[in-house]
Design a binder for this molecule. Structure first.
Ligand code: NDP
Length: 255
């Protein structure tokens, strides 16, 4: 029997791993034995996140990446592979939101959100595929959203990007299953991070609505994502692909 949740010897890249949900998942992967590569735009945040993981005994390094740039995604994968000898796990987690009514977006804003949240995951997945193919195995975990399922008046490009991410997950899962590459998505509910702290300023009454609507009666926290990341990154999920798993305290099943 394989060690279902043991990631020793595995190398994981986490885009947007320097804060929030990404850091929660990176911390979980490191605790399960993986070497984690934190990848974000902000070097100081990247270094601090890697140090935080090292401080509790995990193995971590960091790289600067701007996932809006295809060349930067490719460089991230090749630098991580060169530094650590392999890449086994890719978490496409970097994301942004711009909150407005649909009629007020510029095309540049639409493109920025789609590029950061969706096109980036395509580019990073394409970049890592040769590594996975060479090794005969690989895991991709994409961070979707409740907006992969629901709409919201203030999140048109965000919802389009996160809905698209789930369909991209399914299509890549079909394409790469025979290569022993599993591609899955997680759909976070409302999680207390920098992203939603801004949302609570931008959208009056959001905090109360989330508490009221979430059966668990609390906001999620980054640590809530450690376990699902380990599950989807390890042997426990070797026959699971193309899924989109809500991690939301019951938000998406509340009638
Ligand atoms: P954070 O703002 O804490 O994290 C966002 C991360 O994305 C940061 O690490 C940031 O790093 C990185 N990032 C943004 N743009 C780029 C870029 N162009 N290139 C590289 N990295 C980038 O928010 P969350 O943890 O909440 O968000 C993480 C993911 O979870 C996102 O995809 C978000 O859409 C999703 N999500 C969050 C929910 C929530 O309730 N919080 C709910 C549903 C989904 P840096 O600043 O260094 O660039």
């Amino acid at each position: 029997m394989k060690h279902l949740f043991d990631l020793s010897g595995k190398v994981a890249i986490v885009t947007g791993g320097n804060s929030g949900i990404g850091l929660g998942m990176a911390t979980g992967l490191a605790a399960a034995g993986a070497t984690v590569v934190i990848a974000g735009r902000n070097s100081e945040k990247n270094a601090a996140a890697a140090a935080q993981i090292q401080d509790v005994g995990g193995q971590a390094s960091w790289l600067d990446v701007d996932v809006q740039q295809e060349a930067s995604c490719q460089a991230m994968v090749s630098r991580a592979a060169h530094r650590h000898g392999r890449v086994d796990i890719l978490l496409n987690n970097a994301g942004i939101n711009i909150r407005k009514p649909p009629q007020d977006y510029t095309l540049a804003e639409w493109n920025q959100v789609l590029q950061t949240n969706l096109t980036s995951a395509f580019c990073c997945s394409q970049a890592v595929y040769p590594e996975f193919k060479k090794q005969g195995a690989g895991k991709i975990i994409n961070t979707g959203s409740m907006m992969s399922i629901f709409g919201a008046s203030f999140a048109t490009p965000y919802a389009a990007s996160k809905g698209g991410l789930v369909q991209m997950t399914r299509a890549m899962a079909c394409a790469w299953a025979a290569d022993n590459i599993q591609v899955n998505a997680i759909l976070p509910g409302w999680i207390d991070t920098a992203l939603t702290r801004q949302a609570r300023i931008d959208v009056p009454g959001l905090h109360e609505r989330v508490l009221d609507r979430t059966p668990a009666k609390r906001w999620g926290v980054p640590d809530d994502f450690a376990g699902v990341a380990v599950f989807l990154a390890g042997a426990a999920s070797d026959f699971l692909t193309g899924t989109a798993i809500p991690v939301d305290g019951g938000y998406s099943v509340q009638g």
